[in-house]
Design a binder for this molecule. Sequence first.
Ligand SMILES: Cc1cc2nc3c(=O)[nH]c(=O)nc-3n(C[C@H](O)[C@H](O)[C@H](O)COP(=O)(O)OP(=O)(O)OC[C@H]3O[C@@H](n4cnc5c(N)ncnc54)[C@H](O)[C@@H]3O)c2cc1C
Length: 472
Amino acid sequence: MSTIQLETDYLIIGCGAVGMAFADVLLSESDANILIVDNHHKPGGHWNDAYPFVTLHQPSAFYGVGSAELSSGRKDEVGLNKGLMELATGGEVMSYFNQVMQHRFLPSGRVQYFPMCQYAGDGKFSAMLSGQEYQVSVNKKIVDGTHFKTSVPATHTRSYSNDPSIDVIPLNELPQLKEPRNEYVVVGGGKTGIDAVLWMLENQIPADRIKWIMPRDGWLMNRENAQPAREFFMSTMGAQALQAEAIGQADSMDDLFDRLEDAGCLLRIYPDTRPKMYHGATVSQDEITELRKVTNVVRLGRVKHINPTSIELEQGSVDAKADALYIDCSARAVPVQDIKPVFDGKLITVQTVRTIQPVFSASFIAHVEANYDDQDKKNDLCTVVPLPNDDVDWLLSNAGQMQNQFKWSQEAGLREWLISNRLDGFTGLTIPDESTTEEEMAVLGRLRAAVPAAAENMPKLMREVMTRKAVQ
Ligand SMILES: Cc1cc2nc3c(=O)[nH]c(=O)nc-3n(C[C@H](O)[C@H](O)[C@H](O)COP(=O)(O)OP(=O)(O)OC[C@H]3O[C@@H](n4cnc5c(N)ncnc54)[C@H](O)[C@@H]3O)c2cc1C
């Protein structure tokens, strides 16, 4: 079989949310041709492998690609997200990306899409089911839309082992259970573990039959403060003001977290344990109330091995019931990766330029690619905001975001672009108009007033962050 030669302006590796958000902006803001390669059979990347009860953890209103709305504009009227903007289910996200591909990308005549193909580097890829090889001649850039290496329980490799008699399932299999068990052990304290526990409680598994292995407790974002709509101005922009004030006034990182918690900006499940982790997971207050029903929490580090009578962990062991079911939630959804320059000659590596906002970041980087020429300038505008991992990374990522916001505010035209980009979600809320109330103006005034004090106090807090990271 001879290699098929192809040509394109942009070769995008990965047809997940990031590759698609990038392509969408190129379609709107350039006349470039695009070729997208992905090893899944449908657009949407990791959503192809998601558990059946997954939803977005932040509102649909600012997820997906910029040109197409994912939200129906509704608020949830029932359930644990009641009163807040809707969260698309995994099925809805998959359907959305499929629609974008079928009704926008492919009919444009400018996109070639190669699903079920494995990219091998240097413009080469092969069809997984036929072995057909392709070589792409790239006129402009190769775009790496796989840098986040999103990891989900159904496909990741577990870092712990178990005796053959032990039942370990990814949380994808929970809805297939038909018989009760005496004990359900959730392995992992991140967003996936939270989703597993909420699903089990919702499906009548008694809280006292759930054991939760939580290597580190996490600080969680309060979803009420991430609502990109005017109706939620006071909670969303109010939280921005409170955050800036807290940074400006804090004496230490512990003091900062206390202030952020008191202000309702950060939440934790268990009030008596100080979190050591921050991954940007987002929850509602009602979810926190539910989760607190589970009191059998094991904090002895990560699981190493499971046998019929005990669970061996990094810092000790605990008894296990013989017929316990283990639910693996230990995949790190977005593992921390090395930071690279976003623009490096012919290669664009899509990374976050706003804290934990991969799709907004992809659209922003594509906008910069389509509208700026100088590589140094492009990299300056797209300074990478590192993905958070430890608690103190909350400050690192927010500081990076504040610096980028400041740079963007100095750039003619960028503010208008941000306001018109639905993936941005929030810039529009900072611009007063004739309908802005006095109360809202007061919040904007507090935010503006708090930023200089926050910038002044930042170096002191940063020194503590660096010291703590050195020993963590
Ligand atoms: C359960 C869950 C919920 C989330 N909820 C939100 C949310 O509410 N809001 C939010 O902003 N973010 C959320 N995220 C974060 C999420 O990671 C991003 O929003 C986004 O979906 C990641 O997209 P991606 O394109 O970077 O990665 P992926 O979806 O992993 O896409 C990359 C694609 O590239 C493919 N690929 C990799 N290597 C190759 C290769 N060599 N050849 C061919 N193909 C390759 C992969 O198989 C995949 O299809 C969530 C994540 C998870 C896991």
